[in-house]
Design a protein. Structure first.
Length: 442
């Protein structure tokens, strides 16, 4: 079980019944000792230790190994809040006690709270603050298999195309000439952006476009879980400088000696661009923000806000909210620094029956299953250990929620079988509206 969080470790705690309990204004602003303030400031500003220039750092040890074991535990702040400067108040006492979270990197940060009796359909935030809404990608902005299985199939084809451009012997010599020619023509004609654009309307969460249109005042960000664990360390695939997912692999190709497009990273980058185009988000504040381990420290967002602002505007209040399908991280703690920075929404992980049929047709247009089977059988007959065989086996195994390999080992076949909601009642509810609370100035 995760360790209990004491009241003194954050500005908000949860009562025994799980409800959020806010500290008073005096506790938030005036009762902080110099020793506690220095300790908190040190905790916020401290960055994980970087092992080398590639952006790898040691993952901290935690007692609870999995999210599933701890998700029912009472949520508590997983990251210590920043220092709250005494006397720096922007709104009246009620609003400060209700919304003020902390000051990160010189930016006064506020949160949002559900409107009473709105049943989660509306949130309020300080009206004179700058609203920053941060999407989580998987199961929040896009359907679950939208960033797992559709993306997996498409980026595998991108990998085929890349390998062909670097290795003239990628296709085994024993593959029949006609199939070899068809494979090369297919890869040459494959267009990653066109493929994603053809399916993006089936991947975006229902009501997401209306949600964007309802918040013209918002500044938009995207969070991704693409940082990954390698030998116990977290590898950050997202640049802290420009917010872009890297386009190339770290090492040149072993055959051509040239840079190689990283299919995993580049596919995510193009997918998010297509999603934003569809939603009408013309200019995100930041294309992608990487996740450090399994905790989503929104102080990182505040730092990026501070870096972009004019020095004269550094102290302007900002409301930051992460829209996510999980309340807790892998250790049973709040996903973010403070519960007021989190808008929890139900996971979107299955399409409707009508959308499933459309998705099958769209995927058939991108990679027909008969064509895939033809390539698979030809490569397997020529070289059973070929990397393409491993690639297809992975994207069609028992864990796949889209492409399925069926039949027998000697006579396999493929089907697109998207995960489908059992009824219309299982559709995700509309996303909430964020309303300005016209708070009086201090």
């Amino acid at each position: 079980q995760p360790s209990k969080i004491k009241d003194s470790e954050g500005p908000t705690v949860r009562s025994k019944d799980g409800t959020l309990k806010s500290k008073t204004l005096e506790e938030l602003l005036d009762m902080e000792t110099e020793q506690d303030a220095a300790k908190k400031e040190h905790q916020v500003e401290e960055e994980p230790k970087i092992a080398h220039e590639s952006g790898v750092y040691q993952q901290p040890a935690h007692s609870t190994p999995t999210w599933s074991e701890a998700h029912q535990a009472a949520a508590a702040p997983s990251i210590s809040p920043g220092k709250e400067p005494k006397g720096q108040r922007f709104f009246d006492a009620r609003a400060e006690a209700k919304y003020r979270v902390s000051t990160f990197h010189g930016v006064p940060v506020y949160g949002a709270l559900p409107v009473p009796a709105a049943n989660g359909a509306a949130f309020q935030y300080p009206g004179d603050s700058e609203l920053h809404l941060v999407w989580d990608v998987d199961q929040t902005k896009l359907v679950g298999e939208g960033t797992n299985d559709v993306e997996l199939v498409i980026k595998c084809v991108l990998w085929w195309k890349e390998e062909l451009s670097h290795d003239p012997n990628f296709v085994p010599s024993k593959v029949p000439a006609a199939i070899k020619k068809e494979f090369k023509e297919y890869c040459d004609n494959f267009d990653l952006r066109k493929a994603f654009k053809s399916v993006i309307h089936l991947l975006v969460r229902p009501g997401a476009k209306e949600f964007v249109n309802a918040h013209p005042q918002a500044k938009w960000w995207t969070f991704t879980n693409k940082d990954r664990a390698v030998d116990g360390q977290i590898v950050r695939d997202v640049s802290d400088k420009d917010g872009l997912v890297g386009m190339y692999q770290g090492a040149p190709h072993e055959v051509s000696g040239r840079e190689v497009v990283d299919a995993n990273k580049f596919a995510l980058r193009v997918l998010d661009q297509c999603a934003c185009d569809f939603l009408g988000i013309a200019n995100q504040e930041r294309p992608i923000i990487g996740v450090r381990g399994q905790r989503k420290d929104l102080a990182r967002v505040a730092k990026l806000i501070a870096d972009k602002r004019d020095p004269a505007d550094q102290a302007h209040p900002a409301t930051i909210v992460l829209i996510d399908d999980r309340k807790c991280d892998a250790y049973g703690k709040c996903q973010v620094n403070d519960a007021r920075l989190l808008c929890h929404v139900p996971a979107y992980n299955a399409v409707s029956a009508a959308q499933a049929e459309q998705l099958r047709a769209a995927m058939e247009a991108i990679l027909p299953v008969d064509t895939l089977l033809k390539f698979y059988n030809a490569f397997r007959s020529a070289d059973p250990a070929h990397a393409l065989i491993q690639c297809v086996d992975i994207m069609s195994d028992d864990q796949s929620m889209l492409l399925k390999k069926k039949g027998t080992p000697d006579a396999p076949f493929f089907e697109y079988n998207p995960k489908t909601r059992s009824s219309a009642a299982d559709a995700p509810p509309p996303l909430p509206i964020f309303k300005r609370d016209l708070c009086r100035k201090w």
